[in-house]
Design a protein around this ligand. Sequence first.
Ligand code: FAD
Length: 366
Amino acid sequence: MLDYLIVGSGLFGSVFAHEANKRGKKVLVIDKRNHYGGNIYTEKREDINVHVYGPHIFHTNDDRIWNYVNQFVRFNNFVYSPLACYKDKLYNLPFNMNTFYQMWGIKEPQLVKKKIEEQTRQYKNIEPANLEEQAIKLVGPDIYEFLIKGYSEKQWGCNAKELPAFIIRRLPVRFTYDNNYFNDKYQGIPIGGYTAIIDKLLAGIEVKTNTNFFADREHFNSLARKVVYTGAIDEFYNYEFGDLEYRSLRFEHEVMDTDNFQGIAVMNFTEEKVPYTRIIEHKHFEFNQSATTVVTKEYPQKWNKTLEPFYPINDDKNMAIYKQYRAKADGESNVIFGGRLAEYRYYDMHQIIGSALKTVSDEFTS
Ligand code: FAD
């Protein structure tokens, strides 16, 4: 008899498995994909670690989380500073003095502040009814039009006027010439790729890939005292309260016979008419000097149950459905629900580690 059957070998399941195994518990990890690691999985192609499910940059402000991941891998000193391409012109992100100079030719911070104040004045006292109004209220129509509108509409598959304002709670604006996307104390890319973290977390633990919990849930339930479930919560309950909706992505990976395609790890394409939202050139995450390169075009797409669920659509309708699943899940004594799919929320990696460690501490100190 196992102590824990862990459904899903993503970061949540792997941290839980590692911590339980460390405490002498018997665990088995299963995953329906043909590899472990979930969405942080990286795969070596042309000697380059390819972020198979989209570009991942680790960042955190929390010493405890940073020390935790550094037990398993070392991180390089990559700093995320993406570019946006709009009508063949390039703009630095996040919005900072470089962006404002590129957009308006203004180089003094005080004059930029004045410009943004002028541009946002008419929206100052308006409660934004949609994403468009929210963005213009925060940064004005120029930045909205060039750098936000097309990208958001492609990302979510509808007009920005139909998107809820809450998608953009705040837009960081910096009045310094600083292209570092994150404000966190720590950031970087694991040397050897993200799969190296999972290799270490799951070392000495039995893992079965190509194994779907729902192919024989009675059998899997009978194997262990408890199940740690990191799959979709609506699927666990056979969709009895309805389907939770997601936005999906399609990735086109391509090996190119050049040593440098775009000169940067991530380039956003903010024009509506360019069908993809980003091009990722993986070698630049790790300063790789190889003769070839691997690039990935990221296309947002409408989700259905045959596609990967990437971004939860946390609107009122879906949250009402989720609450019903959550209430049922809270009543389970032998199942622990955790991770982005079981909790129906977007989590960054450092948050997933924090959440998994909290679950571990609740489980082993109670
Ligand atoms: P997952 O990684 O999805 O793991 C769940 C696993 O469960 C999967 O492997 C799945 O196959 C398996 N599973 C599901 N159902 C079953 C079943 N029935 N039977 C067996 N197995 C099952 N975070 C950052 O910190 N920085 C970033 O830059 C960043 N970029 C991102 C970019 C994109 C495009 C996306 C989508 C996410 C990004 N994230 C980023 C978030 C990061 O990917 C997540 O925090 C993390 O992967 C969540 O881990 P998880 O274990 O909860 O889920």
